[in-house]
Design a protein around this ligand. Structure first.
Ligand code: CP
Ligand code: NVA
Length: 303
């Protein structure tokens, strides 16, 4: 997320609006183009969003589970990337280690879109930013966001970097042993210095939530962390987004979650299903956001 400039993010958000409004020949934008979708981890929203986005833009999606490819049998990432670059026009890849994605990208001559790695989930943040604008309007300062939960997961990292690029007020509350990756934090602080973003790191959910316009959460046990589930549930108990926490937020506050959610773990069922929850709009916008990301890569992207 930190590789994108504020201008890049603005361009993707405006393309998201264009995709959501429809028309304008979008159904031919990817005509004759193929996009490979590789999923080495489970996915519902992202997979649907990617496949339907490519189809709505008139392209062809080719989906594989990583284990079905020779990547799973030892062909290097960079060699695989050279092959993909000869057959398709872009790759959307959900994987484990971020280094896999980087090695793949180093051998690719086509756009490679990170649809979630252990380190980052930028596509989700782009859709979230659009959803926040949709809710609060595009004028003026960005609403303040409190991210409550695992400070060291992909969502927290992408929020930190995205907020830092855009000059936002982002508060992160997480248990002491689940803090952001040191390198990501350093990078975010450097970007924040340049943009004027205010990044607050705390172990107190109430401190983060106080007066915030968006309360955001994610699962306490990300994909691949299942072995530590029992300990995580113990450590995170104090970090649930619930009515009490929402009561500390601003009068206009909304609740967001990238989903899938575990009701009554990281988010209480009443808040998830309540009037202030915009999680379904947020999920639905993933489609338009993926259309926009693809359009940006082909039409307006510079990297
Ligand atoms: N939010 C998100 O990426 O959901 P999926 O894991 O279902 O794709
Ligand atoms: N942090 C979560 C995000 C799921 C969309 C995970 O990696 O499982």
């Amino acid at each position: 997320m930190g590789d994108l400039s504020a201008k890049d993010i603005g361009a993707v958000l405006s393309l998201t609006g264009r995709a959501k409004r429809g028309g304008g020949g979008l159904n031919r934008a990817l005509a004759g183009k193929a996009v490979a979708l590789i999923f080495e981890k489970s996915s519902t929203r992202t997979r649907l969003a990617c496949e339907v986005a490519v189809s709505r833009l008139g392209g062809k999606a080719v989906t594989s589970a990583g284990a079905d490819l020779q990547i799973g049998r030892g062909e290097t990432m960079a060699d695989s990337a050279r092959i993909f670059s000869r057959f398709v026009d872009a790759v959307c890849w959900r994987t484990t280690g971020h280094d896999r994605l980087e090695e793949f990208a180093s051998g690719a001559s086509i756009p490679v879109i990170n649809t979630l790695s252990d380190l980052e989930h930028p596509c989700q943040i782009l859709a979230d930013l659009f959803t926040i604008r949709e809710r609060f309007g595009a004028g003026g300062r960005w609403p303040s966001v409190a991210y409550i939960g695992d400070g060291g997961n992909n969502m927290a990292h992408s929020w930190m970097l995205g907020a830092a690029v855009l000059g936002m007020d982002l508060r992160l509350a997480y248990p002491q042993n689940y803090q952001p990756d040191h390198t990501v934090r350093g990078r975010a602080l450097k970007l924040a210095k340049a943009s004027g973003a205010k990044l607050t790191f705390t172990n107190e959910p109430a401190e983060a939530a106080k007066g915030a316009d968006v309360l955001y959460t994610d699962v306490w046990v990300s994909m691949g962390q299942e072995a530590g589930r029992a300990e995580r549930l113990r450590q995170f108990r104090r970090y649930q987004v619930n009515a009490k926490l929402l009561g500390l937020a601003s009068a206009r506050a909304v609740v967001m979650h990238c989903l899938p959610a575990h009701r009554d773990e990281e988010i209480s069922a009443d808040v998830m299903d309540g009037k202030r929850s915009i999680v379904w709009d947020q999920a639905g916008n993933r489609l338009f956001s993926h259309m926009a990301t693809l359009l940006w890569c082909f039409e307006g992207g510079t990297r």
